[in-house]
Write a protein that binds this ligand. Structure first.
Ligand code: 0X9
Ligand code: ZN
Length: 294
């Protein structure tokens, strides 16, 4: 598993290696002043392909998520598999491996199980939950008012510099996005919005069967079983999530949240031997999801 600096270093090398295809983007800045870096991968000279956004490590301890999105990024650039080439070249990709850099650095230096941001709050507690802090039905269930809670929603929507600045960046490209994929761990779930209400979206009859097919492709690799469902039905009410905000504000056609491996044996501390298999099976599912646009 790589550090924050190594992720940034890797993104920079991609720009050197693929100057016509990869553009470095600073999507935002964290409370402690760290850059939230990402890349755009575009094989079209006009950058007018339909955009796909990959978000990971919004929860700091979910280390597998950044490894998976970075693996996918590398495959988009280097794979010779025709199905991967097709999704790579038919879309413009926005990949941001480390959404919560302060928290992620903290999991390396101080507390491997840190989840939240590192903004100081009252009661000597730190951090709001960056997946309860976004402004679509913020504070509408499944978040806490207490700064010491793991699901503290923050004093107001977008109180956290990382979520506020990333939301501004997403707004700037929102007219191009057709898919927003948010990566969490663990539980092996493929989740459909919203987190604040049990009501189905009007394209649920598209996204549920598509999600089932994606889970089938994922399982066909190594047998890893995923459950597909609406967030509230599959897990719990959780308002203020990033995907809810993107979907609710911009109507982005395809939006899923992954909960990657495993189902609890190792939980957040997924052994490194499982990184590549998790990434490979996840890419299989992405190929299936993006066939929707073919
Ligand atoms: O609770 C969460 O934020 C996610 N689960 S986790 O165990 N990784 O913390 C689920 C997020 C569901 N998505 C939205 N509520 N939008
Ligand atoms: Zn999470």
């Amino acid at each position: 598993y790589h550090t924050y600096e190594e992720y940034n270093e890797y993104l920079r090398t991609l720009v050197d290696r693929y100057p016509n295809t990869v553009t470095l983007l600073q999507g935002g800045t964290s409370y402690e002043g760290r850059q939230i870096l990402g890349v755009r991968v575009s094989f079209s000279s006009s950058n007018l392909n339909r955009g796909v956004f990959l978000e990971s490590l919004i929860h700091a301890r979910e280390w597998i998520t950044g490894a998976v999105t970075t693996y996918v990024l590398n495959e988009l650039l280097t794979s010779t598999d025709p199905a991967v080439r097709r999704i790579a070249e038919n879309h413009d990709w926005y990949v941001f491996p480390v959404f919560n850099p302060d928290g992620y650095v903290f999991t390396h230096t101080s507390n491997r199980m840190w989840r939240k941001t590192r903004v100081p709050y009252s009661g000597s507690c730190f951090g709001a939950d960056p997946n309860r802090n976004w402004g679509h039905y913020w504070n509408s269930g499944g978040s806490s008012a207490l700064p010491c809670s793991e699901t503290y929603r923050g004093p107001r929507a977008f109180s956290e510099p990382s979520t506020r600045t990333m939301s501004e960046f997403i707004t700037s490209i929102s007219h191009r996005l057709v898919a927003y994929l948010s990566f969490h761990s663990y539980s092996q779930l493929l989740l459909i919005p919203y987190g604040y209400t049990a009501a189905y979206l009007d394209n649920y009859n598209v996204t549920y069967p598509l999600g089932l097919r994606a889970a089938q492709s994922l399982a066909s690799r190594y047998g890893t079983q995923y459950t597909v469902g609406n967030i509230v039905e599959a897990i719990y009410v959780a308002s203020g999530g990033s995907m809810d905000w993107v979907k609710g504000t911009y109507g982005t056609e395809i939006a899923y949240t992954y909960e990657l491996r495993d189902t609890g044996r190792f939980g957040f501390i997924l052994p490194a031997e499982q990184i590549i298999p998790t990434a490979v099976e996840t890419l299989d599912s992405l190929v299936t999801i993006l066939q929707y646009f073919q």
